[in-house]
Design a protein around this ligand. Structure first.
Ligand code: IPE
Ligand code: IPE
Ligand code: MG
Length: 245
């Protein structure tokens, strides 16, 4: 029996965010190069996208490359960028055929020009798709995002677009790269690490966190179902007490 049958249909998270971690260790366990792990991670990305689309999830954010990941050896960074371009090239048609839109969050201008160009094409091309939206976090970190938001907010304030009293959570959120996207209800991190690694720190304020020891290349549809079933058992109180819900 698939765990899919245990999922309550009217309580599917609208937005799931995933820190896809453990590719390097997966490769190491097999005595291969780290990039082999990244390549196998693509299969897991496909599974997560397919399962999310089938369940009717509206947004799936995938942490693919962090601001800090630029500090990895150049050979790995280059290989990740090539993998990114090639994957987008081979998957675009399938995305569009399945009515899936692609968006990015992060400092995409710091990506190699060829990657930027390819991303821009797919984002444009898929912008009319109304099914699942896949959000790739690339050259992303929360501190970058929040600092960047603050800068732009201050600029608009200096341009007299609003008064100090008009600054509230909603206005601030609108300066984040996730503007218009609801906060995730569920955040999954693979590979047994219990940390956020500079990911969506504003957006995760009330998100349910799910950690699994499974390494990302081994993450399949059943793993996603398992996370959703776990999520559905939780009581989300938002500071209230049970009896008030
Ligand atoms: C996640 O896997 C992918 C990226 C960060 C790009 P890692 O490459 O971090 O794998 P581990 O954590 O070293 O096993
Ligand atoms: C977080 O994983 C970033 C991505 C999954 C893209 P890392 O492997 O880079 O995070 P740390 O270094 O373990 O915190
Ligand atoms: Mg890692």
């Amino acid at each position: 029996m698939s765990l899919k049958d245990s999922i309550t249909k009217n309580n599917i998270p609208h937005h799931i965010a995933i820190i896809m971690d453990g590719n390097g260790r997966w490769a190491k366990q097999r005595g291969t190069q780290r990039i082999f792990g990244h390549r196998n991670g693509v299969k897991a990305v496909r599974e997560a996208i397919e399962a999310s689309a089938e369940l009717g999830v509206k947004y799936l954010t995938l942490y693919a490359f962090s601001t800090e990941n630029w500090n990895r050896p150049k050979i790995e960074v280059d290989a990740l960028m090539s993998l990114l371009i090639n994957t987008i090239k081979t998957e675009t048609e399938t995305l569009i055929k399945n009515n899936i839109a692609l968006k990015t969050i992060g400092d995409t201008q710091s990506l190699p020009k060829a990657v930027q160009k390819k991303l821009h094409e797919v984002v444009e091309h898929s912008s009319k798709c109304t099914g699942l939206t896949v959000i790739l976090a690339l050259s992303y970190s929360s501190r970058w995002e929040i600092t960047n938001a603050a800068k732009r907010l201050v600029q608009d304030f200096s341009d007299k677009k609003f008064a100090v009293e008009d600054i509230n959570e909603d206005r601030f959120s609108s300066y984040l790269t996730t503007d218009g996207i609801p906060d995730p209800e569920l955040m999954i991190r693979t590979s047994g690490e219990y940390r956020i690694s500079n990911f969506m720190m504003w957006q995760l304020a009330y998100t349910e966190l799910y950690f699994t020891a499974t390494l990302w290349p081994d993450f399949d549809k059943e793993e996603l179902y398992k996370a959703i079933v776990d999520y559905q058992k939780r009581e989300r109180r938002y500071g209230k007490i049970s009896e008030q819900l």
